[in-house]
Design a protein around this ligand. Structure first.
Ligand code: IPE
Ligand code: MG
Length: 214
């Protein structure tokens, strides 16, 4: 979900206003994607690299994640189940603050009965760290069972092994890079690039992205 800062700058607004608008866009996209029977929607909310941003901006983005994970009534109304991927809270290196951990846990619990789209939020997420950790765990398995470190063995240890292969990967705001998102899972993905900044991403862009896989 890239381009919040540039979107704000173009309007003479602080970057934080762009993030606020972006969170609203996400709420809309979740609703629209669920309505289109998308099975799994995974969004990059905050990366392991994003912690170096100015503290006030990080604080603002953290607040928006609490807001997003707090949209329980809306998520339930849209039959959406929440999941999360990122550095596990109890492992070294994890940086997710306790209040966000709680918001994530609560959202997962309070939407677990839903049967529609799965919304996975990547927070404190980086794909290479995910793959390296999975490979480490696969190596431990291999050492104890005499097996090999196969792709299947690695896939079993990704943050969410149930996350299906990515069909279409969307990058907004004119960037044509993947930037450490779901590198393993997106092996066969179609890629949709749009000049629209994330706060401007709407139903038309969603339809264009989905047309790549329909
Ligand atoms: C995306 O918008 C939000 C996050 C990465 C948290 P940016 O903040 O990257 O916006 P630009 O790229 O500066 O426009
Ligand atoms: Mg950016």
């Amino acid at each position: 979900m890239d381009g919040n800062g540039r979107w704000a700058k173009r309007r003479g607004l602080p970057r934080t206003a762009g993030h606020t608008a972006g969170e609203e866009t996400l709420a809309t996209v979740v609703r629209e994607a669920a309505r289109r029977n998308v099975g799994w929607l995974t969004v990059f909310g905050f990366s392991t690299e994003n912690w170096v941003r100015p503290p006030s901006e990080v604080r603002h983005i953290l607040g928006l994640h609490r807001k997003l994970f707090g949209r329980i009534d809306e998520l339930n109304a849209n039959n959406v189940r929440v999941r999360w991927i990122g550095r596990p809270f109890d492992e070294p290196g994890s940086r997710t603050p306790a209040p966000i951990q709680k918001a994530i846990r609560d959202a997962i619990r309070d939407t677990s009965h839903n049967t529609g789209m799965v919304l996975t939020v990547a927070f404190d997420y980086g794909s290479r760290a995910e793959i390296a950790r999975a490979a480490r765990l696969a190596a431990v398995d291999a050492a104890s069972s005499g097996g090999t470190i196969s792709p299947t063995a690695i896939a079993r240890h990704l943050y969410d092994p149930e996350l299906p292969p990515v069909d279409v990967l969307v990058r907004t705001s004119g960037e044509t890079r993947i930037s450490n998102f779901l590198l393993w899972q997106a092996r066969q993905a179609r890629v949709f690039f749009t000049d629209a900044a994330w706060p401007d991403f709407g139903a038309d862009e969603l339809d264009a992205a989905l047309a790549l896989v329909s």
